[in-house]
Design a protein. Structure first.
Ligand SMILES: Cc1cc2nc3c(=O)[nH]c(=O)nc-3n(C[C@H](O)[C@H](O)[C@H](O)COP(=O)(O)OP(=O)(O)OC[C@H]3O[C@@H](n4cnc5c(N)ncnc54)[C@H](O)[C@@H]3O)c2cc1C
Ligand code: SF4
Ligand code: SF4
Ligand code: SF4
Lengths: 273, 347, 439, 251
């Protein structure tokens, strides 16, 4: 018997530490040929005996592969347990869940990706999808901010993105030591440098709750329309499928109505940002 | 819907027949109150007041339910989904609870179907009983459109004197009757109308009226999302979640894993949770999206009168009055909150 | 051979509470024998002062985890004595049953967990779990059943919830009581016989010292819940006059007060009860006593353990009897009007009054005495069995040590520890209240 | 954590009911003994050892020598669990903190009072850091919660202990609230931390607060509720102090 709450078996194929607190996992489903996710969707990961946690899929959609990637930060029970696991260990997977990004809306447009800290994880899926189908999209800006240089995720990958034609990568940190040559300051300080074509621009923001307000107001100053701004939100989730009630903000369920929201709609949800 | 008239001993016979086959649950006396419980004889059934302390939702969404069991095996885990459901007859369900069950059915059947709820629900026969007198001083069902169950039952009994007027909305309901009774006549219908009219008058005489227009409740809540009432009431709130626990339309749950001492066998359990509790919306980083008690009271009230009303076209407070009684600080009544907001916005 | 010896056994293990034995022998002469209580003093009597009287059973049940039901019962009896309340027959039967259950769990804990390891020459019951799993499982089963019965009636063990002035705030269901009867019958048939055989096979040190045996006594039953105070030396006294039998004195080496009779130390507990009341034992218990070779009057304190085995058989038989009695008269909800639990609104205003509750708890006779003024307790005195036994244990040691002085020190230590343990001292009861130091 | 962690049980001022609860766990006790190595358990063993990973301490601290012993235990133990209300909030012992200490001793020991050392009763964490609390007087749910804490420790997980009030579970059990009984009883449930499955109200009596305060308890609201039930603020305070003398919000 299977229910809504039955996780499927999966195995850790690779575990690559990114920072002190984050590890990138490659997972392999044992009973399915592909996860079949969209960028921005998440899965519920089970560590049996410890619990379940919603984690964004970090790899690009891969219609013919049973593997996908998750990048996990340790903050509590499940995430701590995950980070202590290694290649060959077993987990449970439910999903993918959530709406994800509708890539068709972004085709032919300029895209600004704004990521704060671990927010890069869900965005990486989308960015990789865009890079895989580069010809479908126009200019790409990637703004990424972290607390300190040692918190930077996917460092090599970021560098390789930055070296690609038509991709403008900007990074910044809040606090830096002497060996840091890049920008210092909050992420909004990167925005004035961008040469935007507002009507043709879609902005995608994922980060900690405080970041949204500042980035959105900056974008609005740069005349990016509210309906061209997209965010992905994080809430407490216990089921991932719109039943348990925890992720509800006003009338909206983050797990099933989101986690991706258009800002014009989100504005009407007082509890959202 | 078919309508019958059944002699009182006929209903007794049907219950006794069911008792031989199935678990029959009904309100039974519990001290100076009542509660749903498995019965062993027809006499145990409490008809009418008092209201049960907790609603019958516990039969479909148990207070605590194992949804998964797992055990270590070959380096991995053997996982088994658990979904215990048994055939039961729920007898003596009041209209407010019938409405509430209908509403939670919608929630659990929507999009991702929750088999653990639905399996239990499908195996249940709902037999409602009309409330001819208010079942508690707190009941506001007439105001919250909870007193008329429509066809949201398998069978519904109204005492119209020496016989029951019986409405059967499903095959399950018909089967319960086992051919007892006869089709209702014109006279029976007239009797029913007059009994219901009397009933409504009795309920109407209660001092509690809903001042705003029922259909404008979502609008009223939206317009007054920011209102002093929330803080004033919130200040007195314990954050004790009693109002959530006793509400027939509160269905939120939490999920936890439990491991046995051997660290090899365990299970995943879901259990009732409530949006009035402090940690309900707190995420792992420590951020709490509804930190203050008033945020949470506003959320609860809005769920009943606005968000879910908006989505499903009906108040999710069915006026059972349980939370009003349970709340030791007398702040939670959705009707009173709506009235207070209505009055204070109009001056 | 004249010898010097100092023995100092700190924190005798496997007794509940903290005590030390101190023995000082110089040139073959016994200079000093002391049983020290190093348990922290708890000041219950003082704490009771100024509290609302319905709280007393809940507060005093925290005197001791092992006899919390006994304390609650003594407390209720003292309060009801003071207030002139007579609870229903059903309440009496249930209180008697829960007291039997508590005695059973305590005795099983004592003879299986605390005494048996001495005979198997292991430090605790833990290694027995793997070496003698059947014994340990049997012990756990018997203990668990007693605990479950306490929980069925009182809500949990320790610290009962539903025991209130005038009656119970919660009634067990008829089905629960029936299930308890059948579980008791099963234990009686399966676990009791091997228990008796096990203890019949053990040989206890041969040591006798006649003393005064004090317990409650009742014309119709083996008294636990009610009865007059009986002394084998001086006869019977009414419970309210307990002070004429029991005098407490503060002894400097002990945080527990010692209690003595007006003339000399006395013994309370299973052996005292057995000596005074053995003719009232249930048939199975009587047969067990025969099998164990225990006959009244017995003067060997090491055999307190056997008296406990006998009593535990009695406990089981009695519970079956009491439960059947309850079912026969039909379980009824108690009259809520008479029950005073916790802070139930305003309690009846009472003028000055006082009362005494005397009940048998596993370790002996327990006395609670309260003075009440208005809603408050204005004075309290609790006399705990272990406190009453301490002086008697010292007397036993004084007589025992010279007789065994030629033995190796380890053996003496063990004999003394076993003696103290036989009394099953519950030192946490040190309302005002052990250690072996051979100095 | 080691495969079979070494566990030591210790006790200070209390009724020893907590260790008794552990001894009463029957089958689960045997399971536990399979999973951990008990190296110290005075109530059940004469064997003692000073090498342990987990120290489980019951009882409050009420004498000078107990402080040094506790500090020593804390030094040796990787994890310290406070078992029961006395260790967690001081328990019943703290009732005496609100009276004149000398008077109290005098009342019990008469003119020999000055010979007995004892000071204000305190919970363990007034003296050392406590990692986990197995709350309750006695430890809740027949020691089940205590067991969950030990299992969580072995799993390296933070145990699940609700911080909401007792009312939540009381309602789940379908109890008639004791404030609503025919003869109402005043209850500490609305401000006391859940986890006992509302043991007392389920047996017809009031919650007496043995698990300490809930997270962010609304004490003002409670005073109001208690007044409606006929208690003065002083009486309410006295009620809290029965088991919660060392009340600390959110602990
Ligand atoms: C849609 C979505 C996508 C996500 N994607 C990712 C991702 O890609 N990568 C990633 O790393 N994370 C992601 N997260 C966050 C991740 O789900 C959480 O970090 C994770 O659920 C935490 O679970 P846990 O068991 O480790 O923590 P838990 O131990 O369960 O902690 C969670 C809850 O316990 C409580 N709690 C935690 N610590 C304490 C404490 N010390 N005291 C009291 N209470 C406490 C809090 O109430 C908190 O809500 C995502 C979340 C969402 C909703
Ligand atoms: S909100 Fe209150 S009155 Fe309305 S249905 Fe829920 S419990 Fe009943
Ligand atoms: S509104 Fe009342 S019942 Fe609900 S959480 Fe607050 S105090 Fe408790
Ligand atoms: S009895 Fe106590 S714990 Fe239970 S709901 Fe009432 S106030 Fe809360």
């Amino acid at each position: 018997m299977k229910t809504l709450f039955t996780p499927e078996p999966a195995k850790i194929r690779k575990a690559v530490p990114q920072t002190e607190f984050e590890t990138l996992f490659e997972m392999e489903l044992s009973e399915r040929s592909t996860l079949g996710h969209k960028p921005g969707q998440f899965v519920e990961v089970s560590v049996f005996g410890v619990g379940e946690a919603p984690i964004s899929v970090s790899s690009a959609p891969a219609p013919s592969m049973p593997t996908f990637e998750l990048c996990v930060r340790k903050v509590g029970n499940v995430t701590n347990a995950l980070l202590s696991m290694k290649k060959g260990d077993h987990v449970g997977i439910r999903g993918p869940f959530g709406n994800g990004f509708d890539v068709n809306l972004f085709k032919g447009k300029d895209i600004i990706f704004v990521a704060g800290g671990i927010g890069l994880v869900p965005l990486r899926s989308f960015i990789r999808e865009v890079l895989n189908h580069r010809e479908d999209y126009n200019r790409v800006f990637i703004l990424y901010g972290c607390k300190r240089p040692k918190d930077i995720l996917f460092e090599d990958e970021l560098m390789s993105w930055g070296s690609l034609e038509g991709i403008d990568l900007q990074t910044t940190v809040d606090i830096a030591g002497d060996d840091w040559k890049g920008n210092v300051g909050v992420i909004t300080t990167l925005m004035p440098r961008l040469s935007l074509d507002p009507p043709k621009t879609e902005a995608v923001i994922v980060g900690p709750p405080v970041m949204y307000r500042f980035v959105i107001s900056e974008l609005k100053k740069r005349l990016v329309s509210e309906k061209n701004i997209w965010v992905s939100l994080e809430r407490k989730m216990k089921c991932g499928v719109g039943k348990c009630g925890h992720c509800q903000m006003n009338g909206v369920y983050v797990c099933s109505d989101g986690p991706v929201f258009n800002y014009a709609a989100l504005k009407e949800i007082p509890e959202a940002i | 819907m078919k309508q019958y008239v059944v002699e009182k001993p006929g209903i007794r016979k049907s219950v006794e027949e069911e008792l031989k086959r199935k678990k029959v649950c009904a309100p039974v006396k519990q001290e100076n109150s009542a509660n749903f419980s498995a019965i062993h004889s027809f006499e145990e059934i409490v008809w009418g007041p008092p209201q049960t302390v907790i609603p019958p939702k516990k039969y479909f969404l148990p207070t605590s339910e194992n949804i998964l069991s797992f055990r270590k095996r070959d380096g991995g885990f053997e996982v088994e989904a658990l979904n215990a459901a048994e055939e039961i007859v729920l007898f003596g369900v009041h209209p407010c609870d019938l409405n509430a069950i209908y509403l939670t059915d919608r929630i659990f059947a929507e999009k991702n179907q929750d088999e653990n709820y639905l399996a239990k629900r499908e195996k249940a026969v709902l037999i409602g009983v009309d409330c001819l007198t208010p079942c508690s001083p707190e009941a506001v069902c007439l105001r919250m459109d909870g007193l008329n169950p429509g066809d949201r039952f398998d069978l519904f009994l109204t005492d119209i004197g020496d016989v029951y007027f019986v409405e059967a909305a499903s095959r399950k309901g018909e089967e319960f009757l086992r051919g007892e009774g006869r089709p209702a006549s014109e006279i029976d219908h007239r009797k029913l109308s007059s009994v219901r009219k009397q009933r409504d008058e009795l309920f109407d005489q209660e001092e509690k009226k809903l001042l705003p227009d029922y259909n404008d409740l979502p609008g009223l809540m939206k317009r007054n999302y920011v209102h002093a009432v929330w803080e004033e009431h919130g200040e007195k709130c314990y954050g004790c979640g009693s109002c959530n626990m006793v509400c027939p339309t509160c269905y939120c749950f939490d999920v936890e894993d439990y491991m046995r001492v051997d660290l090899e066998n365990g299970f995943r359990k879901r259990f009732w949770d409530g949006c009035m509790l402090e940690d309900f919306a707190k995420v792992a980083s420590g951020e709490n999206f509804r930190e203050e008690r008033f945020d949470r009271l506003r959320h609860r009230t809005n769920r009943k009168l606005n968000y879910l009303f908006d989505k499903w076209g009906q108040s999710f407070c069915t006026g059972c009055g349980r939370c009003i009684k349970a709340c030791l600080t007398h702040i939670v009544s959705p009707l009173e909150i709506a009235n207070e907001i209505f009055q204070r916005q109009s001056v | 051979m004249a010898r010097d010896m100092q023995v100092n056994v700190h924190h005798i293990a496997r007794v509940e509470g903290h005590g030390n034995i101190v023995i000082d022998v110089q040139a073959g002469e016994l200079k000093k024998v002391e049983l020290d209580i190093v348990e922290s003093p708890r000041f219950f009597e003082a704490m009771l002062g100024g509290r609302r009287y319905p709280e007393a059973p809940q507060i005093t049940s925290r005197i001791c985890g092992i006899c919390s039901v006994g304390h609650a019962t003594a407390s209720l009896r003292a309060l009801e004595d003071a207030l002139g309340i007579e609870p229903s027959m059903q309440t009496l039967l249930l209180r008697k049953a829960i007291l039997e259950a508590e005695t059973l769990q305590s005795h099983v804990l004592h003879y299986y967990f605390l005494v048996v390891p001495d005979f198997f020459k292991v430090p605790s019951v833990i290694p027995l779990a793997s070496s003698h799993p059947d014994v340990v499982k049997r012990a756990l089963r018997m203990k668990r059943l007693a605990d479950d019965i306490i929980a069925m009636i009182g809500g949990r063990h320790p610290h009962p919830i539903s025991m209130a002035i005038g009656g119970f705030t919660h009634m067990p269901g008829e089905g629960e009581v029936r299930a308890a009867i059948s579980d008791l019958k099963e234990v009686l048939a399966k676990d009791v016989p091997p228990t008796i055989e096990l203890f019949a096979s053990l040989s206890f040190p041969a040591f006798e010292r006649k003393t005064d045996y004090v317990s409650l006594t009742h014309p119709e039953e083996y008294a636990l819940y009610e009865g007059a105070i009986h002394s084998s030396e001086t006869g019977e006294t009414r419970h309210r006059d307990y002070k004429s039998k029991v005098k407490e004195e503060v002894v400097l080496h002990s945080t527990a007060k010692h209690a003595k009779g007006p003339f000399k130390p006395y013994m309370v507990g299973a052996l005292a009860r057995f000596n005074n009341n053995s003719d009232k034992l249930m048939p199975g218990a009587e047969a067990a006593a025969k099998r164990l070779g225990l006959f009244a009057q017995n003067y060997n304190p090491y055999l307190i353990t056997l008296a406990q085995v006998v009593e535990s058989v009695h406990n089981i038989e009695r519970m079956i009897y009491l439960f059947e009695e309850i079912l026969d008269s039909g379980l009824k909800e108690e009259d809520k009007g008479q029950i005073v639990a916790g802070w139930s609104g305003k309690v009846a205003e009472v003028k000055k009054c006082w009362g005494v509750g005397a009940v048998e708890v596993p370790r002996g006779t327990l006395f609670h005495e309260y003075r009440i003024e208005g809603e408050l307790i204005s004075g309290a005195n609790c006399v705990i069995p272990t406190a009453q036994n301490l002086a008697n244990i010292e007397e036993d040691m004084k007589e025992l040590v010279p007789k065994v002085l030629d033995k190796p020190k380890e053996e003496i230590t063990l004999l003394l520890e076993m003696l103290v343990r036989a009394y099953d001292p519950c030192i946490s009861c040190a309302v005002h209240m052990l250690k072996v130091d051979f100095i | 954590m080691a495969d079979r962690p070494k566990v030591g049980f210790f006790s200070f001022t209390g009724c020893e009911g907590c260790q008794l609860v552990v001894l009463s766990m029957a089958d689960r006790l045997l399971e536990l003994l399979g999973a951990v190595e008990v190296v110290n358990f005075r109530e059940a063993s004469s064997y003692k050892c000073d090498d342990y990973d987990i120290a489980i301490v019951e009882g409050a601290i009420s004498r000078v020598r107990e402080i040094t012993e506790l500090i020593e235990i804390r030094k040796r133990a990787g994890t310290l669990i406070a078992l029961g209300a006395c260790a967690h909030v001081g328990g019943i012992n703290c009732m005496r903190n609100f009276a004149n200490q000398f008077e109290i001793k005098k009342e019990v020991y008469g003119d020999k009072a000055s010979n007995f050392d004892s000071f204000l009763a305190q919970p363990l964490d007034a003296i050392v850091k406590v990692d986990h609390y197995a709350r309750g007087c006695p430890p809740s749910r027949d020691g089940e919660e205590f067991l969950e804490i030990v299992v969580a420790l072995m799993q390296g997980k933070r145990p699940y202990i609700p911080n909401y009030p007792v009312c939540v579970h009381c309602k789940m059990k379908g109890n008639v609230c004791v404030f609503h009984k025919e003869r109402p009883i005043a209850c500490l449930g609305p401000v006391t931390r859940a986890g006992c499955m509302a043991a007392c109200p389920s047996f017809g009596n009031a919650c007496i607060g043995c698990r300490g305060l809930a997270g962010k308890p609304n004490l003002n609201a409670h005073q109001q509720t208690m007044e409606e039930a006929g208690l003065t603020p002083e009486e309410t305070m006295k009620f809290y102090r029965m088991l919660n003398g060392m009340m600390e919000v959110g602990k």
